[in-house]
Design a binder for this molecule. Structure first.
Ligand SMILES: Cc1ncc(COP(=O)(O)O)c(C=O)c1O
Length: 392
């Protein structure tokens, strides 16, 4: 059987061959340790890493010295959230986040709660947006940090980060933003957004897995973070450990390519995304969009199919690789916390599918996938008590 059509680009992306090409010499000829100051191998590796840092900085409107390399967005989020809370707060200090964040944000907040921090997790509206006014109201005295994502990984919904940043700045609270799903897909500029810390990751933008970055705003006095790792003091003391030079070089090249392609690719993906949505919803009743209709990533459409069992739907859709609204990692699939936070029922969350398109997808893919979805949903609804005998 041929490989299913890949529509799970928010989970990860294939590495672009141009990225592989940039990385290969760093594993063979230019294999030096970027921290080796005594010979040409080290200097060459350091030069490559600094070029990558410059590319990443330029890509988000930052300065090279504001970029800290990490192992991925999970680590960047942990470093930003725990590092800032430990540096600025103490037990009892308030830290604020939002219910639809990725687990790589929610779990560090839970860890802070166990350490005695006062944690507020704000709710969202039915399209997944956080009201900046609600956030402002939650930033009571003693608040030190807020963390709100730019684009949601499940629904693609974009948060009003500028307004959120303004509310934080007014109250002297640091703002961290998980921009893992946004960088490389939509323009991201740290100054225009007004964020202090921003996480992103290579493998979401056709770069290698296991490489990420944290933007740390240079301000006066200098923004201090407590590092997660103690060691050789690499990355300005914030992330000890020998630098993954091939990884960061690939990351830099991947972002460069994504930004070059963005004007064309974001238009193309928006058209494909909307075609997929129309091709499904014009032929099926009882399908609703999870997420904001307009303020959304160009590549993401998440649909809820009433009256079908989500896991049966996924099993039936053999010709496409997509993500569902339930975490299938356990015997008892848990409905997505993001969809539940948006007010979806457990059943509807489980019967939701995220289609995340990317460079590999064509109009033909979209038509094939839409046909398959219509076929499977119709089949599953026939005579299903969940569909209540309505006509599919
Ligand atoms: C919004 C968001 N944050 C963080 C992560 C974690 O990124 P990484 O795989 O680089 O650790 C992901 C990836 O799934 C994500 O989508």
């Amino acid at each position: 059987m041929s490989q299913p059509i890949y529509m799970d680009h928010n989970a990860t992306t294939p590495v672009d061959p141009r990225v592989v090409e940039a990385m290969l010499p760093c594993m063979t000829e230019q294999f030096g340790n970027a921290a080796s100051r005594t010979h040409a191998y080290g200097w060459a590796a350091a030069k490559l890493a600094e070029l990558a840092r410059e590319r990443l900085a330029k890509g988000i409107g930052a300065r090279p010295e504001e970029i800290i390399f990490t192992s991925g967005a999970t680590e960047s989020n942990n470093l930003a959230i725990k590092g800032a809370a430990w540096a600025l707060g103490r037990a009892g200090s308030r830290v604020v986040t939002c219910a639809t964040e990725h687990k790589a944000v929610l779990d560090p907040f839970q860890a802070l709660a166990r350490m005695g921090f006062a944690v507020t997790v704000l709710s969202v509206d039915e399209v997944g947006r956080l009201d900046p006014g609600r956030l402002a109201g939650a930033l009571v005295d003693g608040s030190v940090l807020a963390s709100v994502m730019l684009a949601n990984n499940e629904t693609g919904t974009l948060q009003p980060i500028r307004e959120i940043a303004a509310a934080c700045r007014e109250r002297g609270v640091l703002l961290h933003c998980d921009a893992t799903q946004a960088v490389g897909k939509i323009p991201v500029d740290v100054d225009a957004l007004g964020v202090d810390l921003l996480s992103f990751s290579a493998h979401k933008i056709y770069g290698p897995k296991g490489v990420g970055a944290l933007y740390v705003r240079r301000r006066t006095p200098r923004l201090h973070l407590v590092p997660l790792l103690d060691g050789g003091g690499h990355e300005q003391g914030l992330r000890s450990g020998t630098l993954n030079v091939p990884g960061v070089v690939g990351f830099g090249r991947a972002l460069e390519i994504a930004l070059q392609d963005m004007p064309r690719e974001s238009v193309r993906l928006t058209q494909l995304r909307d075609r997929l949505d129309v091709a499904i919803r014009s032929r099926l009743e009882g399908v609703t969009l999870n997420g904001h209709p307009a303020e959304r990533l160009p590549n993401t459409v998440n649909l809820a199919f009433s009256g079908v069992d989500g896991s049966a739907l996924l099993v039936g859709l053999k010709e496409v690789a997509v993500a569902s609204g339930s975490a299938c990692t356990s015997a008892d699939p848990k409905p997505s916390h993001v969809l539940l936070a948006m007010g979806r029922s457990k059943e509807l969350a489980n019967a939701s599918i995220r289609f995340s398109l990317g460079r590999t997808n064509t109009l033909q893919d979209v038509e094939t996938v839409a046909d398959a979805v219509v076929r499977e949903v119709t089949r599953l609804r026939q005579g299903s008590p969940l569909w209540g005998g309505r006509r599919a």
